[in-house]
Write a protein that binds this ligand. Structure first.
Ligand code: ADP
Ligand code: F6P
Length: 327
């Protein structure tokens, strides 16, 4: 809180942490421009909590965020910073904030990043989290920045895989990202018309899947797509088992980090901008220790600890829809 007014932050920082996600730049841009327009000084912090600890911090002007809304990755860079899990690391970060007169920080990242933000809040720095991860695995929000772009990238890649699977009468087993969450796999599975989708959240039966594949081959289906969430483990093993059970030649593709790159979609740019704007509004209102999220399609905010204790339901109905429209 500043000395000569009761509420408004005088200077804030912005950082991106954890895995990068398309749309992070749009959030950084919105935070920077809106804060500057409100007369708040803005500092960019490089490489997440690493930059905070080491003082890799620079003052940002409106032009520093020019031409970035359409760019993937994060211009601030990102990192995973084990040191910030220690009291010493957190204290160092708080010290840097105090040195620069930074009373608030917008942290764009996942759950781990929010834990760091909660720790920093305990040291009197007002932190606001914005959910940025392609995985959509943050419980307090229906949407995380980067999710839409990643799914569209995966969908386009699998459409290409279908061409070659169809030409060879093969089964294409495709592993998508998501850490332990199956949201990307499920939606992409529906979007590409996959015959099966394997996720940790739901039980699956490879014998049943193989049986359905063989039965529908009798009725003219010539090739198959199986989407596997990375949390399942080895897609190589899945492909081998499918081939053994069906005698249908199978190939594995792990889409990997390609899903994290590329220009953000309209949805990611707009939501990132809205969330960035909202985060600055919260700081300007002297709010602290909050996460911005999307609930019933509207931007809202929630206490960080409460956010971290929430659980997210897996859309079982959508999973059933995939299987009931696959064959
Ligand atoms: P990702 O899922 O892509 O790794 P996260 O936002 O979960 O994204 O990033 C985790 C990072 O958050 C850690 O590497 C670390 O830098 C930072 N972090 C700070 N404090 C904590 C904490 N208490 N627990 C976990 N991660 C933390
Ligand atoms: O959290 C984003 C994510 O891309 C996950 O989907 C994936 O499991 C992980 O990060 C990969 O992390 P890394 O960048 O360390 O390979």
């Amino acid at each position: 809180m500043c000395a000569d007014c009761n509420t408004m932050a005088k200077a804030i920082g912005v950082l991106t942490s954890g895995g990068d996600a398309p749309g992070m730049n749009a959030a950084v841009r919105a935070v920077t421009r809106f804060a500057l327009n409100k007369g708040i000084k803005v500092y960019g912090i490089r490489r997440g909590y690493n930059g905070l600890i080491n003082g890799d911090i620079f003052e940002m002007g409106a032009r520093d965020v020019s031409g970035i809304i359409q760019r993937g990755g994060t211009i601030l860079r990102t990192a995973r910073c084990p040191e910030f899990r220690t009291e010493e690391g957190i204290a160092k970060g708080a010290e840097q904030c105090n040195k620069l007169g930074m009373d608030g920080i917008v942290v764009i990242g996942g759950d781990g990043s929010f834990r760091g933000a909660a720790d920093l809040s305990r040291h009197g720095i007002k932190c606001i989290g914005i959910p940025g991860t392609i995985d959509n695995d943050i419980a307090c929000t229906e949407y995380t920045i980067g999710y839409d772009t990643a799914m569209n990238t995966a969908m386009e890649m699998i459409d290409k895989l279908r061409d070659t699977a169809a030409s060879h009468d093969r089964c294409s087993v495709v592993e998508v990202m998501g850490r332990r969450a199956g949201y990307i796999a499920l939606n992409v599975g529906i979007a590409v018309g996959a015959e099966a989708c394997l996720v940790l959240e739901e039980n699956y039966d490879l014998d049943e899947i193989a049986k359905s594949m063989l039965a529908t081959r009798e009725h003219g289906k010539t090739h198959f797509i199986i989407v596997v969430a990375e949390g399942i483990g080895s897609s190589d093993v899945i492909a081998r088992e499918i081939q053994e059970k069906t005698q249908i030649e199978s190939r594995v593709t792990i889409l990997g980090h390609i899903q994290r790159g590329g220009s953000p979609t309209l949805r990611d740019r707009v939501i990132a901008t809205e969330m960035g704007y909202y985060a600055v509004e919260l700081l300007a209102d002297d709010k602290a220790n909050r996460v911005v999220g999307l609930k019933d399609g509207k931007i809202y905010d929630v206490d960080i600890q409460e956010a971290l204790s929430m659980t997210k339901e897996f859309p079982k109905k959508r999973y059933d829809i995939l299987y009931n429209t696959a064959f």
